[in-house]
Ligand binder design. Structure first.
Ligand SMILES: [Zn+2]
Ligand SMILES: [Zn+2]
Length: 271
């Protein structure tokens, strides 16, 4: 799909992916993607784990890499090419909001994507920590996740929230938590924060897009805008399953998606 845009990409720098930024650009060009946004994980404040994120020393190298690629890739006037954007995926960890804000302010990102991967220090989407689910009642866990998600949206740190219902990755609720979706959608709309529609969930045990159609419909009804992403951890995952992403967007009623340049929104019509 030549008009699609992938705004969630990890390179080998994240410690759990493969491929360089240049490899991704080559793949994006071969797929005729209109635009790609790199979103390497911001290093974490609460843990040092080289399998989760690059180090603080590496962060400036990542920025320089993508800045260089942006210049190289910039299409000449009238030319069709693949635009490159500098993004970052930053964790929402309540204790470190101000440190996160300071770290993000050091660089001229095109967009900042917010994620909730940790509940009270527990990396709940990491297969290595799956035994911890036993300690929770599932509905309570969803409540806690969405509480953090809404705090993240309200923090002012983020332009867009990644994989909005990541909590369903391993265990889905029998009945979808519609009330939580609706509350989250209101908070997103109120703060002008977008959500990502991510194909990554299709490759995970939950076997559905992030967010679910019901959650996406609630976001559309509330006036929340969207980005599209694959959460690729290897070049061959770029724009993977974007047909399903497109279908979900159309079903919800979306006619445009958001792109960003220096944190300013640029809506793009879905062709
Ligand atoms: Zn993530
Ligand atoms: Zn990611």
């Amino acid at each position: 799909m030549p008009d699609m845009i992938d705004y969630h990409i990890h390179t080998a720098r994240c410690g759990h992916g493969s491929g360089s930024a240049a490899d991704y650009l080559a793949m994006a060009r071969s797929l005729n993607l209109q635009e790609i946004g790199f979103t390497e994980h911001l290093p974490l404040f609460h843990t040092i784990d080289a399998t989760l994120a690059m180090s603080w020393d590496e962060l400036p190298l990542y920025i320089a890499d993508i800045e260089r690629l942006k210049t190289e890739a910039a299409p000449a006037r009238g030319e069709v090419g693949t635009l490159v954007r500098l993004g970052i995926e930053a964790d929402y960890v309540p204790k470190y909001v101000e440190q996160t804000r300071a770290a993000l302010n050091n660089y001229d990102f095109d967009f900042v994507m917010g994620s909730v991967h940790f509940i009270d220090g527990w990396g709940f989407d990491d297969r290595r920590n799956i035994a911890n689910y036993d300690a929770y009642d599932l509905p309570d866990l969803y409540e806690r996740y969405f509480e953090l998600f809404m705090e993240a949206v309200s923090s002012g740190l983020f332009d867009v929230m990644a994989h909005p219902d990541l909590i369903k990755k391993y265990f889905r609720l029998e009945d979808e938590p519609r009330a939580l979706y609706e509350r989250a959608a209101q908070v997103l709309a109120g703060h002008g924060v977008a959500i990502e529609v991510s194909s990554a969930g299709l490759r995970k045990p939950c076997r559905e897009l992030y967010p679910s159609q019901t959650f996406l419909d609630a976001c559309f009804a509330a006036g929340v805008s969207v980005t599209t992403g694959s959460d690729a951890h290897a070049p061959d995952q770029l724009a993977m399953d974007f047909t399903a992403v497109r279908q979900a967007l159309e079903l919800a009623g979306y006619t445009e998606i958001q792109t960003f340049d220096s944190r300013v929104r640029i809506p793009v019509a879905l062709a």
